[in-house]
Design a binder for this molecule. Structure first.
Ligand SMILES: *[C@@H]1O[C@H](CO)[C@@H](O)[C@H](O)[C@H]1NC(C)=O
Ligand SMILES: *[C@@H]1O[C@H](CO)[C@@H](O)[C@H](O)[C@H]1NC(C)=O
Ligand SMILES: *[C@@H]1O[C@H](CO)[C@@H](O)[C@H](O)[C@H]1NC(C)=O
Ligand SMILES: *[C@@H]1O[C@H](CO)[C@@H](O)[C@H](O)[C@H]1NC(C)=O
Ligand SMILES: *[C@@H]1O[C@H](CO)[C@@H](O)[C@H](O)[C@H]1NC(C)=O
Ligand SMILES: *[C@@H]1O[C@H](CO)[C@@H](O)[C@H](O)[C@H]1NC(C)=O
Ligand SMILES: *[C@@H]1O[C@H](CO)[C@@H](O)[C@H](O)[C@H]1NC(C)=O
Length: 457
């Protein structure tokens, strides 16, 4: 009797022991699968496309109401103040269904900092063909009305498009003291179902294009440019927004090409050209002990040229919150410093930052098919908090080289693994169960494939 009980206990012990280990492995494998399949969650359906399909505004059949800023007294010589004409035209367009707010081709319209508010009547199109310029003299800016130059608020189902230019005339500001309130060129705030196609945004005093507190925003084929030495001129900045798709964008500025900060999730970037600039960033997050949360981000297909960072996640010490479920894939870097970097010691203040124990937690980050040349020796850098380590960092098919000399991977408190071809080696991501996790994952992949095939039959 005693013997049977003993054997039973042994069996039980080994069973439970095995199943905990297996559970953990399949959890790991599932995380991997989840990050690999993020796209299916992020990709929006194309439901809004039909809504904006031709008739285009010029079409006779278009049945659109054209609201041309010129009809409201805009001069378009780049000198006269066209702010009032823009505001009047906006009020008209916004209150009229199916209207097209038109900034015509071949002219330059000088416009002060202005708020364009919704909600508007159905199917508004903002067609920018000409150039909108900001006053270039810092002293001609109203100090009460800073931060945003062209701000669009509270819009739903609107389309911004055209071959026009939004020019922030920022050059005199770049040299100005950082105590001055600089403004971001174009802001879309508290809006949903917004499409932006084809515009050029350049020379902003500060950030070029801010998407804040918005949902379902698609940006395609836009160009952003400012000189490499213009400070804080981020290209596209996403904050507190969800379901944002950036596609076919060419960005070259003096700061991050793209920055994604707190409160953002379901962000997809596809076919992005970046450089010059500071790279494509998640963060910074956690400044002044704040909470920062960013989840479900995918970058697929990017070319970075001569940037000071490549794919970056940056957080301040002392923060809270997390960055979770991010995949960077199919990226070519050319002469880029820090091609792959997680920096949990980010410190962009004039005084040195003290080490603190809390941190924004970083996990489930995958890098897949990343290649090219690194300007720094540490081609991959995972500088994670000692108290809040980075976890589930996965590298797959990485080939980073240096034009002169060898490259290496730096790790502090980072756990994960690399598989496939990984150069430089990422052995310092020291997960012990790599082989088992990969095996488990391919089994799960197979099972779900079998399942798909069978359920299709
Ligand atoms: C635009 O700014 C200039 C300089 O501050 C000011 O003189 C002008 O009145 C402003 N225009 C409007 C319509 O507020
Ligand atoms: C900056 O803007 C804030 C409001 O956003 C205002 O209180 C402050 O006075 C402005 N500072 C300067 C230097 O204009
Ligand atoms: C947006 O619209 C809502 C109501 O339609 C209003 O309460 C809110 O203040 C508006 N927000 C802005 C930034 O204009
Ligand atoms: C972070 O984003 C959340 C969600 O949008 C918001 O409630 C919170 O205030 C934000 N925190 C900071 C520090 O901006
Ligand atoms: C890897 O990325 C490059 C772009 O950097 C792309 O041309 C290539 O097709 C990708 N390879 C795979 C297997 O996806
Ligand atoms: C903070 O921690 C990092 C990582 O452990 C270490 O390299 C650095 O020297 C520390 N800095 C200070 C000021 O203690
Ligand atoms: C991996 O390194 C971390 C510190 O960087 C350490 O805490 C952990 O025990 C190591 N894990 C393995 C499996 O060696």
């Amino acid at each position: 009797m005693a013997k049977i009980v003993f054997i039973c206990m042994l069996v039980l012990l080994s069973l439970t022991g095995k199943s905990t280990a297996e559970t953990r492995l399949s959890e790991e494998a599932n995380i991997l699968r989840k990050v690999e399949n993020l796209d299916s969650e992020i990709e929006e359906e194309d439901d809004e496309v039909e809504f904006f399909e031709e008739p285009f505004w010029v079409s006779e059949r278009g049945n659109k109401v054209l609201v041309n800023v010129d009809s409201f007294g805009a001069v378009g010589d780049g000198v006269a103040d066209d702010t009032k004409a823009f505001v009047s035209a906006w009020n008209q367009a916004c209150s009229t269904p199916k209207s097209v707010f038109l900034v015509p081709l071949g002219r330059r319209y000088l416009v002060n900092a202005t708020r364009f508010r919704g909600p508007c009547a159905d199917k508004l199109v903002i067609q920018i063909e000409g150039t909108i310029v900001a006053p270039d003299e810092p002293k001609s800016w109203d100090p009460k009305n800073p931060r945003v130059w062209l701000g669009f608020y509270n819009l739903s189902k609107v389309l911004f498009q055209g071959s026009g230019v939004i020019d922030g005339s920022g050059s005199k500001w770049w040299a100005a003291s950082c105590k001055k309130n600089k403004s971001n060129a174009l802001t879309i705030d508290s809006s949903s179902a917004v499409r932006v196609k084809g515009l050029t945004i350049q020379n902003s005093q500060q950030m070029h294009f801010v998407i804040s507190r918005s949902d379902s925003v698609r940006v395609t084929g836009i160009k952003v440019s400012a000189p490499e030495d213009s400070p804080n001129t981020d290209g596209i900045h996403i904050t507190e927004s969800t379901n944002v798709l950036l596609q076919n964008c060419k960005i070259g500025t003096g700061d991050d090409c793209i920055s994604i900060v707190n409160g953002s999730s379901y962000i997809k970037m596809k076919t992005i050209y970046c450089g010059p600039g500071h790279g494509i960033s998640i963060g910074s997050l956690g400044k002044d002990n704040s909470v920062g949360i960013v989840t479900k981000v995918v970058l697929d297909t990017a070319f970075l040229h001569g940037t000071t960072n490549g794919l970056r996640i940056k957080t301040w010490q002392g923060g809270a919150g997390y960055v979770r479920a991010v995949r960077f894939q199919n990226v070519r870097v050319d002469d880029v410093s820090n091609p792959i970097i997680i920096d949990q010691f980010y410190c962009d203040s004039p005084t040195t930052c003290q080490n603190q124990t809390s941190a924004v937690e970083i996990s489930e980050i995958m890098y897949q098919n990343i290649s090219g040349t690194s300007k720094s020796q540490k081609a991959m850098k995972f500088a994670c908090s000692d108290t809040v380590p980075c976890s589930h960092i996965v590298l797959y098919n990485i080939n980073l080289e240096s034009k002169d000399g060898t490259v290496e991977t730096y790790c502090n408190s980072a756990v994960g693994f690399g598989y496939g071809y990984v150069q430089p080696s990422a052995d310092c991501l020291n997960s012990s169960d790599k082989e088992k996790i990969i095996k488990q994952k391919s089994e799960l992949d197979q099972t779900s494939q079998d399942y798909l095939i069978h359920s299709e039959l």
